[in-house]
Design a protein. Sequence first.
Length: 296
Amino acid sequence: MYAVTALLLSVQLLGSTASLVDTVNGINSHIFGYDELGYLQHALQEADQLAQQRHLNRVYVTMSTYDDTLSAMPFLAEQMRTPTTLFDAASCLVLPAPGAGPAVLLVRSTDKVVTALLTHFATVTLVDQPPLLGTSPFQLYIVTPGGRSEGGGQSTSGQNGFVNHLQLLAPQAQQLRLSASPFLVTRWTLLRNEHPRLRSAYTYIMRAKPDLPNAGSIRSDCTLTSIRAGDQLITAFRLPQGSPLPSSFRITSQFLMTSPYTIALGPLHFETANTQGAAVALQAVHGSDAITISSL
């Protein structure tokens, strides 16, 4: 009995040790990875150092609104010397203004939509691959705006967009295949400045309604931790597989700022784990609640 017990414990110990070693080395990789503080901190520090060495004035970092990096990454970004914008990688990409020069971009290897958008709207140079526990590493890029899908260049009239928030940068939306799925892509210039605040985020909730009978709206959300006027916001709307592409879309947008929910009891203020905020419908330049954009 003692021998069998010792054998079972030894096998279990060896198996656990081998699994742990493989996980640390990224052999047993999976889609999420472990958001271990040291790895996240190292990746952001390397991005900050790269920006300082190359004299670049902006760092962009992808994050996910569906895991704990939504709180961890903004906290670590506050310690960086270079101004940093974090954005949700699910359906958007933030870049410097066309002609503004290069910047640093830190993305996860699993951010497939962002990686695909980069090939169309920017020129990237891979500098390093900071490790991430249990999965494929980060990708650290020098990114320069401008690529093979300029979509007609900048808007010449400057009169199409949402007041004080977004100006349409390209006169037409583009249909692109990203991560094996069809997307409708629109490009905007951000018109306002919002500084990073503790546990606060800014979200553009956009809906594109195809000019087809009985067609429903397609939603695309983009969450940012800060906003810099002049930056590009590239939004991607996932199209249904096999659906016909209409000649135009009606696009509406809402702006949502979320901040910590606090409770005041006299002179005492208590901050809760919840956030609060109300979405505000944006008004188009022409006075309506939507703009019409044609598609390529």
